[in-house]
Design a protein around this ligand. Structure first.
Ligand SMILES: [Zn+2]
Length: 428
């Protein structure tokens, strides 16, 4: 039996990279019709109502705003339990806090329990697709994919490749990384809405032999993504220079092993040269900006303007637990604040695009998610524009949708998420 429903409310979506007057739409009195998990019609109420079957009941929520589900293109599910760990920068933070926690995910039952909690929280924050770090253990990936499949979520993850500079119990080898990744890809390929990402943690924790394996996995599996970290911290960059003296810098280290492609997403990219940005643009790779993490770990001011000028696709991620919230609303607010410090004004619709359609584009999924378009999967979020007394008061002074969006990014969090829809189903 077909599932068909309609909602009349405010509707906002990008359709391409937005300018002030193109690449997006907003209907103050909008209507969306969803059939069997897909968007059948979307537009103004006065137009779309003419297409609806006569017996359909239309829910009416004029004070609510419907947007596409958020796409978080960099987050670590095992790190949710150690979010907010005090007092260190990247390399020390990994050793002191991250690695001890990741050891626990060798246990399937434990990983399953944590995957449930993580996905509950992701959906509570309106994120319907994420590019997710698991740990180096196969069990951590199996547990995450099993729970994502059970919920019919469009999620991408993969086993961390890490064969040095970490505790022995977390390290794999070049050969086991190849064997385990290949087995995981074959096991999960075609299952539900899942995707696989070849995931070296970052260059310093992989030997040349292992980065070579990562390149082979990318070459052998055209549907796989590449997900890793790049140029986050100045000490990290100096370390990469020592470890890979033959290469012309951090990005070139990945490039040398065939890891810079149009299916690659690099988290951070704070301290990039012009040549590196040009190379990212030429290869169609994306940089995922993780502002709350950059602030928390003191990593630096993200060069958004330069990346935009170079035509690099910039997406947005929470990077929990280096990041401090799973909310893609507050993450947009943090991005704005970082650009204020950098002397650049980030427009609300630009941030909104980074948090939705740009992420889908980086993942090659912009033909089905990231926007509210006919035929797309109905992964969506309904925002409550009066979720706290302060927001309710503030919205009385918002005269344009850009201002509504901006106020939500500064004041909003999971309380602003009235409903999250996955393939048209309410999941909160
Ligand atoms: Zn990260």
């Amino acid at each position: 039996m077909s599932q068909s429903w309609a909602l009349r409310c405010q509707i906002l979506s990008c359709t391409s990279q937005p300018t002030d007057d193109s690449g997006w739409f907003y209907h103050s009195d909008g209507l969306i019709w969803v059939v069997d998990g897909l968007i059948k019609r979307v537009g103004s109420y006065s137009d779309v109502k003419n297409y609806l079957p006569s017996d359909i009941r239309i829910k009416h929520k004029p004070e609510y705003l419907l947007i596409p589900g958020f796409v978080d293109t960099h987050v670590h599910y095992p790190q949710l339990e150690m979010i907010g760990a005090y007092g260190t920068q990247l390399l020390d933070w990994l050793n002191r806090y991250t690695f001890p926690v990741e050891l626990k995910y060798r246990d399937y039952e434990y990983a399953s329990k944590q995957a449930v909690q993580f996905l509950d929280q992701l959906l509570a924050n309106g994120t319907t697709t994420a590019l997710v770090f698991a740990t180096s253990s196969v069990n951590s990936v199996d547990a995450f994919f099993a729970e994502s499949l059970r919920r019919n979520l469009r999620m991408i993850s993969g086993k961390i490749l890490m064969d040095r500079h970490a505790p022995d119990a977390l390290c794999d080898t070049a050969q086991s990384a190849y064997d385990d990744s290949t087995a995981l890809i074959e096991k999960w390929r075609g299952q539900g809405r899942l995707g696989y990402a070849v995931t070296p943690r970052f260059a310093p924790t992989s030997t040349d032999a292992q980065l070579d394996v990562a390149g082979a996995l990318i070459k052998e599996n055209g549907d796989a993504y590449l997900h890793t970290h790049l140029s986050e911290n100045v000490d990290e960059i100096a370390w990469v220079g020592e470890l890979f003296p033959e290469q012309q810098g951090y990005l070139d280290t990945y490039d040398h092993f065939g890891l810079v492609t149009d299916r690659s997403v690099f988290a951070h990219g704070i301290h990039l040269s012009d040549a590196e940005m040009q190379r990212l643009h030429n290869c169609g790779s994306a940089i995922c900006h993780c502002p709350s993490s950059n602030l928390f770990l003191g990593s630096g001011l993200f060069p958004l303007k330069r990346l935009q000028q170079m035509g690099v696709n910039v997406t947005m991620g929470t990077d929990v637990g280096g990041g401090t919230s799973l909310s893609m609303l507050s993450t947009q607010g943090d991005a704005y604040k970082i650009q204020q410090m950098a002397g650049h004004l980030l427009k609300p619709l630009e941030a909104f695009y980074m948090a939705t359609l740009a992420g889908a584009k980086a993942l090659g999924l912009d033909d089905r998610i990231g926007a509210l378009v006919e035929g797309y999967e109905a992964d969506m979020v309904l925002l409550d524009l009066a979720s706290t007394p302060v927001i309710e008061e503030r919205m009385k002074r918002a005269d344009k949708i850009e201002d509504v969006l901006f106020a939500l990014s500064i004041l909003g969090d999971d309380r602003s998420i009235a409903q999250t829809y996955v393939m048209g189903e309410s999941v909160l």
